[in-house]
Design a protein around this ligand. Structure first.
Ligand code: COA
Length: 177
């Protein structure tokens, strides 16, 4: 990561500069409604950004959720979206954002982190295909292996079955190519 960058939790007044990153990182889909709803959502949503000066050059969200069968005992978190502005990609920012998030989630006792993404990218953090805890909607066959998880601090994984996430994630279109 370049010396002029820093990663920290975002603040309520930074919504617009966070949202401005998304059309740059994801030119083919509009993730701003999702990100906006997640930023408005649960207090324990983890929003981390990489800044170069006052500009947001990378951003990641982690949405915590309770174990469906054992809500008092165990919590998971869903990673996403994750985006880096094109001119700062492949400089370690995505890596640093994910690792910073995993460390914070570990500190607050989250047991398992889930992601729907490229195994070739997320494998470096220790994510592996998840077959027991299922996403809220069936995934198309070409996304076999893209639903992944990582357990933190050797905590027991979440109970098997289908997850229910906070409302912004419960839209089938978000789980289709
Ligand atoms: C994916 C993304 C977040 C990675 O962030 P980044 O800061 O560019 O990544 P890092 O510098 O940490 O890591 C770069 C490495 O990741 C690899 N990588 C990036 N995207 C990848 C993908 N989709 N699949 C596999 N590898 C990928 C690069 O090839 C590079 O590897 P190399 O340096 O060995 O060649 C960023 O490229 C991005 O915003 N892409 C567009 C939005 C997107 O696809 N987000 C992911 C949603 S799940």
């Amino acid at each position: 990561m370049a010396e002029d960058t820093m990663i920290r939790g975002t603040r309520p007044g930074e919504r617009e500069i966070i949202l401005a990153l998304y059309p740059l990182a994801f030119p083919d889909e509009d993730l701003r409604p999702l990100v906006s709803a997640l930023l408005d959502g649960e207090d324990d949503t983890l929003s981390l950004a990489a800044f170069a000066g006052k500009s947001v050059i990378g951003h990641v969200l982690f949405t915590p959720f309770a174990d469906a069968k054992n809500p008092q005992a165990s919590r998971g978190a869903l990673l996403g979206p994750l985006g880096v502005v094109p001119h700062r990609q492949r400089q370690g920012l995505g890596d640093a954002l994910v690792r910073a998030g995993l460390e914070r989630l570990d500190d607050v006792g989250v047991a398992q982190v889930f992601v729907l993404g490229a195994p070739a990218y997320y494998g470096r953090f220790g994510f592996h295909p998840e077959k027991s805890v299922l996403p809220p909607y069936d995934l198309p066959p070409q996304w076999e292996g893209a639903w992944q998880s990582l357990t933190l601090s050797a905590r027991p994984p979440l109970s098997s079955g289908r997850c229910t996430f906070p409302a912004p994630w419960m839209q089938p279109a978000l789980w289709l190519p």
